[in-house]
Ligand binder design. Structure first.
Ligand code: 6PG
Length: 242
């Protein structure tokens, strides 16, 4: 695993607060330096508490632009939608201006959805996207975003967003995902991982032998070097470094 800092929090609630604090400080710095903050949210369940904590804060919402690290190929109203989760937990509650919400269109045919998002990124960033902050989760199989073991998206070097057929029992067999070159171009990358059920895979990814094809989260290595794991004590239980 690329060199990374590990931040162990006592509980999921402490993790949510620590992550929200990090969001706020990254946001303040980005707006001070560039007038806007471009953040990519991860999906799944872990980020919800952080998003709900952010909804209680007075942040410069008109200057914050929300993107996603990945999305299930479902509509925005679908209970499996990552956008839908963030909308309920934060976006609607904080009154984020709709033009600042750049969702992946999971309702489109997957490849069309990937093309659409790549174009949206090109329009917003004009050059290769450099996010101020990208959030990621860790799946039980070592996937992150929708970069799943043994899937074609792992090998993409010239696209910012791709459709990825992940199969299996995951919420939707097709996904849209940012690619490694896009994620690794970010100024900051933060993994949020919690729960005893993640202890084994976290140890494998962070302390085990490098095998990106098998453990795609190991392929996250931002050129900026600012990679941090925010984890709770339960998930950290098997780590040597504590
Ligand atoms: C998704 C993801 C995925 C998620 C991990 C962890 O769309 O599901 O973005 O990569 O972050 O699977 O999910 P949990 O937070 O639910 O454990």
């Amino acid at each position: 695993m690329a060199s990374a800092s590990i931040d162990i929090c006592d509980s999921p609630a402490a993790l949510a607060t620590r992550a929200a604090d990090g969001f706020a400080s990254a946001c303040e710095q980005a707006i001070r330096e560039r007038g806007r903050f471009a953040v990519a949210l991860s999906g799944g369940t872990t980020p919800r508490a952080m998003l709900e904590a952010l909804a209680e804060r007075a942040l410069a919402w008109p200057n914050i632009h929300f993107f996603w690290s990945d999305e299930r190929c479902v509509g925005p109203e679908d209970p499996d939608s990552n956008y839908g989760m963030a909308r309920a937990a934060l976006l609607d509650r904080a009154g984020v201006p709709p033009p600042n919400v750049h969702r992946m269109k999971g309702e489109l045919e997957p490849r069309a959805g990937a093309r659409d998002y790549s174009e949206a990124l090109r329009v917003f960033f004009t050059a290769w996207p450099i996010f101020d902050l990208v959030y990621l989760g860790l799946g039980p199989d070592g996937h992150t975003a929708s970069l799943f073991p043994g899937t074609t998206a792992l090998d993409v070097t010239d696209e910012t967003c791709v459709a990825n057929r992940v199969g299996g029992q995951v919420p939707s067999p097709w996904r849209l995902t940012l690619t490694y070159p896009t994620i690794n171009a970010a100024r900051r990358v933060r993994f949020l991982v919690e729960g005893a059920q993640k202890a084994d895979i976290l140890k494998q990814v962070v302390e085990g032998a490098q095998d990106v094809e098998r453990y795609p989260a190991q392929g996250i290595a931002p050129g900026s070097g600012d990679l941090r794991w925010l984890i709770d004590a339960a998930a950290a239980a098997r780590l040597e470094v504590r």
